[in-house]
Design a binder for this molecule. Structure first.
Ligand code: A3P
Length: 306
């Protein structure tokens, strides 16, 4: 049978979602979310580097407001600086997530598939999307370990074999992985001025270059003076896995996932590496997953470094 993490998922507009939390949230976005032309929207498949990019974008956009010695990211988690859109559905203190009251530019994020976005967001000329994706082998391992950490104590853990099999069939939160990635990839090819498509592996390797292009894309380009002062490097350092994962706030705080469900923020910081799948997946698993990935993504020209 299916493991606890997937047995309650339902398919909605082609993607597997949790019927309580994710589905309600997707429908709320479609029916009630009021986009602003200045919004900056971060989209991702879960476990692809969302937390990291939240920190980076927050630091880039707000860099003239805060010094690095007493930066908000040192005492507030990335998910509180840059909320998931669903957060306001569960927050008791509505004022913290009064979306209409947020100053512009609003930093908002969601795992919503591109094809499920309301037209009001996709048609707007000025709306900016950033999408981050990651090698599905690392996404699978990260998802599997994360889900087992969130697992209710009375339930048995999901085995890697089970998680792998389901993932290959496209059954995981917001899966199929490949359809999710393709939605944003194709849209980014059609409207590159609106959607910046990033890969975790490249962000890791070329942090400096990508942070600069993020600034450019978002309308906050780095000046020569800032560059010579080392502002880009400061941002990269502040948002690094080493820095963020060791901060007290990211080791102890919790966030609400859905009604009643809470998750420790430290679970968003595990290894933070490229290729940790090598420590978990068998050669057969690697071959099968790579084949599915090539089959699904190659025609569109999207590749992951292996
Ligand atoms: P691992 O489980 O492979 O370590 P998301 O934020 O989308 O949920 O993704 C979580 C993944 O990003 C985890 O991967 C986590 O460790 C990694 N991560 C979190 N913060 C990071 C950072 N600052 N730099 C690089 N990776 C980070």
């Amino acid at each position: 049978g299916k493991g606890w993490m997937t047995q309650h998922l339902v398919q909605y507009q082609g993607f597997w979602v949790n019927p309580d939390a994710a589905l309600k949230n997707l429908m709320w976005i479609q029916d009630h979310f009021k986009p602003r032309p200045t919004d900056i929207f971060l989209a991702s498949f879960p476990k692809s580097g969302t937390t990291w990019l939240k920190a980076l974008i927050f630091a880039i956009v707000n860099r003239t407001r805060y010094g690095f010695a007493d930066h908000p990211l040192l005492t507030t988690g990335p998910h509180d600086c840059f909320p998931f859109l669903y957060a306001h559905l569960y927050e008791k203190d509505r004022s913290r997530f009064d979306l209409d009251g947020f100053p512009s530019p609003r930093l908002l994020s969601s795992h919503i598939p591109y094809t499920s976005l309301p037209n009001s967001m996709t048609d707007s000329q000025s709306y900016r999307f950033i999408y981050i994706c990651r090698d599905p082998k690392d996404v699978l391992v990260s998802t599997w370990l994360f889900m087992n950490k969130l697992r209710p104590k009375e339930l048995a853990p999901l085995s890697l074999e089970e998680a792998f099999e389901l993932f290959c069939q496209g059954i995981s939160p917001y899966g199929p992985f490949w359809d999710h990635v393709l939605g944003y990839w194709i849209a980014s090819l059609e409207t590159p001025e609106k959607i910046l498509f990033l890969k975790y592996e490249e962000l890791k390797k070329e942090s400096f270059v990508i942070v600069k292009s993020l600034g450019e894309f978002l309308g906050y380009p780095f000046s020569l003076e800032e560059e010579s002062k080392g502002v880009v490097e400061e941002i990269v350092k502040l948002c690094s896995f080493e820095k963020l994962s060791n901060l007290e706030v990211n080791r102890t705080s919790v966030q609400k996932f859905s009604k009643g469900a809470r998750v420790d923020n430290r679970h968003f910081f595990r290894e933070g590496k490229v290729g940790d799948w090598k420590n978990y997946l068998t050669a057969e698993m690697v071959q099968r997953l790579d084949e599915i990935t090539y089959h699904n993504l190659l025609p569109s020209g999207l590749l992951f470094p292996t």
